[in-house]
Design a protein around this ligand. Structure first.
Ligand code: ZN
Length: 221
């Protein structure tokens, strides 16, 4: 089975569109959370995710956009964007986000946004933060998102992989990040693809979204 693994789309339709085109060969698509927040096209991204039968779990922005998560720890720009996002959502998309589970268990792997001990909050940037999650993994492979940085960690025969962010990369490379997992070969490859950053930035300006969020897309930070 060939899985397309994506995460942290953040309402960036141009990036999602290009990534889904690259993932056409995949048998199944998996999203490790944060479909909305920051970007200008939350409803359109949700339509694509739902239309393509992507199996998704919730990110902190997904739950915050429907009022199911406290935003007091969000910075000002993130909070403004999440309030804007909440105002845009259609009833059907609101329900979809409300119903998103925190954890996905497939025969081949698990999927969570942050970490297994704190699905919506904890960031796994390295082995130290990953250690408690490694201990409670029920499969030997876990996909995460949340940091927006591609990462692959191994410990005692287990693996945690972050495919990076589709819609707001933070590793200094502005191209959309994603991955392909071949469960037969047990192999994962990271992929990057360019998309029309300027078009997204223009939509964000028109929507009145914070300037800092518009700027960071160009630099990939
Ligand atoms: Zn995110």
């Amino acid at each position: 089975m060939l899985y397309g693994i994506i995460a942290d789309i953040h309402g960036n339709l141009e990036a999602l569109d290009v990534v889904l085109r690259e993932l056409r060969p995949a048998d199944r698509l998996i999203c490790a959370g944060d479909i909305v927040g920051y970007g200008p096209n939350p409803n359109e991204c949700l339509q694509l995710i739902r239309g393509r039968n992507v199996q998704a779990i919730a990110g902190n922005h997904d739950k915050a956009a429907v009022g199911l998560m406290d935003t007091s720890r969000f910075n000002d720009s993130a909070r403004r964007a999440i309030e804007w996002t909440g105002d845009q959502l259609t009833q059907a998309n609101r329900k979809y986000l409300t119903d998103l589970p925190l954890l996905l268990e497939s025969p081949d792997f698990q999927v969570v946004h942050g970490s297994l001990r704190s699905p919506l909050d904890e960031y796994i940037f390295g082995l130290q933060a990953a250690s408690p999650t490694f201990e409670i993994m029920s499969k030997d492979l876990l996909f995460v998102g949340h940091t927006h940085v591609p990462l692959r960690l191994k410990e005692k025969g287990k693996e945690i992989i972050n495919p990076g962010a589709v819609g707001q990369p933070r590793d200094g490379d502005p191209r959309a990040s994603f991955g392909l997992y071949d469960s037969g070969k047990r192999s994962f490859i990271f992929r990057r693809v360019e998309y029309n950053v300027a078009a997204v930035q223009e939509k964000m300006r028109i929507a009145g979204l914070p300037a800092s969020l518009i700027e960071r897309l160009r630099a990939g930070v």
